[in-house]
Design a protein around this ligand. Structure first.
Ligand code: 2HG
Ligand code: ZN
Length: 481
């Protein structure tokens, strides 16, 4: 197949004719940033990188690539942790980067919707909503670089899923360029539309393997009038889950975030940030960051938070708590949480497992999986944190301080993630709660999905992309594996 492909020169000229010479990148130096993921773990090559400015241009690029059988890798902010947004090293692909399609097209405050191009960054989308006194609630650490198209393609989650759901729940309509260049559009903004299959949802979480998302209609929410944040020490993960139960009982819908943080995770991030102290005086093994938001006034929301904490104290679920007394306190608490991932990247040598199990099983899972991992790698720092309220933790054993990352990481797939993922699977959990599959977990799917699920995934792929041109090698394990 490679022999039949057009030469890079031919491809470059064809792309230049569609998007203009200024919107094409070729050659190693100019394509580097687009073919390497941001952590520098996945490195590929591309014939050409194109940065189209409109849906029509994307459509023409895909038509040409389809006719020439050239593989296409869609790319947003390139913040994937799974290698889903960069090409392989064959050098055959055209990378279609959506950064220039970065316009908010419309905001309808009555319908509570926002129509955006796929290359709008998450933070720009959130700011545009805020300017209309609305909330676009997706909240993830990479919001300044990640783009809505990528958020949709990976069904991004983050720290407010407990309250608002993940990207799948926040989208009402999509525009997608299909592998042959046809344009599917459902940019309608309807909350009720039972007219057959919900096609847009096929593209959400497909990681660009079925088409390129170019636009979306997103749901907007009322802006909360108040928020209350606390950094709370708990005796163990089971107490954290029980405290969440109390928080829900006493505040109903107000619990927006409930994030677990293990001691090694806190130590690591404080060391990385350097100039921030722990919000709590004493050292504790487990902490949670709790955020309540509501449409009521700050005073009554704070009273509710105090009631939750007092109830927690009296039941032995809370050991200590720091309540944010100002916006700046709240921002510091959140900064500590949000920077854990970068602190790991900087330190190097982090085995990442992104697992979820039913909330009723998460505490036991964390305890049991930690104990078993420590039997295998006794000195690992157990950096465990994240979205416990959704039953999802980032279970990321980190190399001992004196062990080189390279040596520690030889244990990644076997035995560590095989053990952790296997345990999650045995609890009816997921081996990728929110980060997707990309290339990193593609072959693991054969272990954790049933034959029927894998066949259906390939049948969908076959129906939409029979030539296997869109993001080939991502998500789907080779048939028959
Ligand atoms: C987070 O919740 C992100 O901080 C990144 O999902 C998690 O780096 C990770 O493992
Ligand atoms: Zn996360």
């Amino acid at each position: 197949m490679t022999a039949e492909l057009p030469t890079p020169d031919t491809t470059l000229r064809a792309m230049q004719a569609i998007v203009g010479a200024n919107a094409c990148r070729s050659g190693d130096a100019d394509t580097q940033a687009y073919v390497t993921d941001y952590r520098g773990i996945y490195r590929g090559q591309a014939q050409v990188v194109v940065l189209p400015a409109s849906t029509e241009e994307v459509s023409r690029v895909l038509q040409w690539c389809h006719a020439q059988r050239v593989p296409v890798v869609p790319q947003g902010g390139n913040t994937s942790l799974m290698g889903g947004a960069v090409p392989d090293d064959s050098g055959t692909a055209v990378v279609v980067n959506l950064s220039r399609m970065n316009r908010v097209l419309a905001i309808d405050p009555v319908n509570d919707t926002m129509t955006v191009q796929a290359g709008v960054t998450l933070s720009a989308a959130r700011s545009a909503a805020e300017a209309e006194q609305r909330l676009f609630p997706l909240r993830i650490g990479s919001e300044g670089s990640c783009q809505i198209g990528g958020n949709l393609s990976t069904n991004a989650g983050g720290t407010a899923v407990l309250r608002y759901g993940n990207m799948r729940d926040l989208v009402l309509g999509l525009e997608v360029v299909l592998p042959d260049g046809r344009i599917y559009s459902s940019l309608r903004g309807l909350r009720k539309d039972n007219t057959g299959y919900d096609l847009k949802q096929l593209f959400v979480g497909a990681e660009g393997t079925l088409g390129i998302i170019t636009g979306a209609v997103l749901k907007l929410m009322p802006q909360p009038r108040s928020s209350a944040v606390a950094f709370v020490a708990v005796p163990d993960p089971a107490a954290a889950v029980a405290l969440l139960g109390e928080a829900k009982r006493l505040s109903g819908q107000a619990v927006t975030a409930f994030e677990l943080i293990s001691r090694p995770a806190l130590d690591l991030v404080l060391e990385y940030l350097g100039n921030i102290a722990s919000p709590l005086q004493e050292r504790h093994d487990w902490m949670v960051l709790v955020e309540l938001t509501s449409g009521t006034d700050a005073e009554s929301l704070n009273a509710t938070l105090m009631e939750i904490l007092e109830s927690g104290f009296s039941q032995g679920l809370v050991l200590d708590a720091a309540v944010a007394a100002s916006l700046s306190d709240a921002q510091t608490f959140w900064r500590i949480r949000e920077e854990i991932s970068d602190a790991q990247t900087r330190t190097g040598g982090s085995i990442k497992c992104d697992v979820s199990v039913p909330l009723s099983r998460i505490a036991a899972f964390v305890e049991e999986a930690s104990a078993r991992v420590l039997e295998l790698v006794p000195d690992a720092r157990m950096v465990i944190y994240g979205h416990m309220g959704d039953g999802n933790v980032h279970f990321n054993p980190l190399r001992p301080k004196d062990q080189p990352a390279r040596d520690f990481l030889t244990q990644w797939y076997e035995p560590v993630s095989a053990l952790v993922d296997g345990m999650a699977h045995a609890e009816n959990g997921s081996i990728s709660a929110e980060h997707g599959i990309g290339v990193a977990k593609r072959d693991d799917l054969t272990r954790y999905k049933s034959q029927v699920e894998l066949e259906l995934m390939w049948q969908v792929k076959q129906a939409l992309d029979p030539l296997n041109l869109l993001n080939p090698g991502k998500v789907l394990p080779a048939p028959g594996r």
